[in-house]
Write a protein that binds this ligand. Structure first.
Ligand SMILES: [Zn+2]
Ligand SMILES: [Zn+2]
Length: 143
């Protein structure tokens, strides 16, 4: 089953400024409809920013199959169209906090491979954040 979906013609302007700090320069991830830059994501993951209130969408979590996913889009490196990664709130926060467990990391990697991508293409799965076996290297510390 395909859980990672490329969203064509999403109507999203890839270079919209960050909803929280107005930073521009890269296609930021979308949480709900809001572009959120990596710095603001890190504050969120650390619990230092105003928490997100997003209504869950009727999709199952890619990792644990629980119904109800955070509406999350990411722009893979060099991609023109964003990709939806359906994650339940707890797995979404683990992704944002760069502290997915190895099992979850591997599931995501496998799904990425199925659509021709690797974790290198996804900022939050960057090789600086996990080693090749999926061990978190730089988890965001919660405040
Ligand atoms: Zn920001
Ligand atoms: Zn989950």
């Amino acid at each position: 089953m395909e859980r990672l979906r490329v969203i064509k013609a999403s109507g999203q302007s890839p270079l919209a400024p960050c909803d929280r700090c107005q930073a521009t320069g890269c296609p930021w991830d979308r949480i709900g409809t809001n572009p959120i830059c990596p710095d603001c994501q890190e504050l969120l993951a650390a619990g230092e920013a105003e928490p997100l209130v997003e209504r869950l969408v009727a999709q199952e979590c890619t990792i644990c199959n629980k119904p109800g996913a955070v509406p999350y889009l990411t722009f893979p490196l060099h991609a023109r169209d964003p990709m939806a990664i359906d994650l339940c709130p707890s797995h979404f926060h683990a992704l944002l906090g760069r502290r997915l467990d190895r099992y979850s990391y591997r599931i995501l990697c496998r799904q990425l491979q199925e659509v021709g991508l690797s974790p290198k293409h996804i900022f939050l799965l960057h090789e600086a954040f996990y080693d090749e076996r999926g061990h978190p290297l730089q988890p965001v510390q919660e405040a």
